[in-house]
Write a protein that binds this ligand. Sequence first.
Ligand code: IPE
Ligand code: IPE
Ligand code: MG
Length: 252
Amino acid sequence: MSPPSSTQQIPDAPLVPQHVAVIMDGNGRWATARYLPRVTGHVKGVDAVRNVVRACAERGIGYLTLFAFSSENWRRPADEVSTLMRLFSTVLEREVGKMHANGIRVKVVGDLTRFDARLQEQIREAEEKTAANRVLTLTICANYGGRWDILQATNRLLADRPGLASVTEADLAPYLCMAHAPEPDLFIRTGGEQRISNFLLWQLAYTELYFTDTFWPDFDAAALDDAILSYQKRERRFGRTSAQLVEVRKAS
Ligand code: IPE
Ligand code: IPE
Ligand code: MG
């Protein structure tokens, strides 16, 4: 069963977001501002990931999704791309055991076929080892693009059901990369840019958006709390009016 769709039925709006999705941006600028190579920013970014994973688990957030490498990031200089690949591999090697011990389920989504065989194998092993964990589901989007996701889902659906004349949300949902998670409640983008950059285009339909100038390596538990506080002040109407929400609250 795929999680419910916010455009098809009105979801719960929990006080603590159930699912937080993050564009971790600003590693390069963090480093450049310190006259350090960009790669140092990426290495520091890993520390921030560790802190934010822990903080989310402590706050009872069940799903954390991190944009680590976009389908467009291949356009970067070759040495930065290969450094990022090596870093990804090292992080999996060093961190998966600890994450497993802390009850974290690891998922990696995106077009993984473009990664080398060893990295693909590491990803498979990490997912397999942690599959039964339920404290927090950490989804890493790697060589991921929102348009790619919608197209791969459509193509796989049509391959399974070639006679299909038209497609409904319910048909498509199980084929999307994030079928294992509810739609994000809160989206965070660090680094000052206010754009989606081809992140979860389908899943962000009703997500609350939060942008901060803080560069990703500086993003910590206190910064996460600021984002959660901002989220808690929002009125999530899902198409309804404010007055209707007052009625809903009275009835419950
Ligand atoms: C985000 O930081 C990490 C990745 C995209 C891999 P950037 O590397 O985009 O940092 P800035 O935006 O150049 O500062
Ligand atoms: C988005 O950051 C992708 C990731 C964080 C992995 P970018 O730095 O690549 O985004 P743009 O190119 O500035 O939009
Ligand atoms: Mg960037």
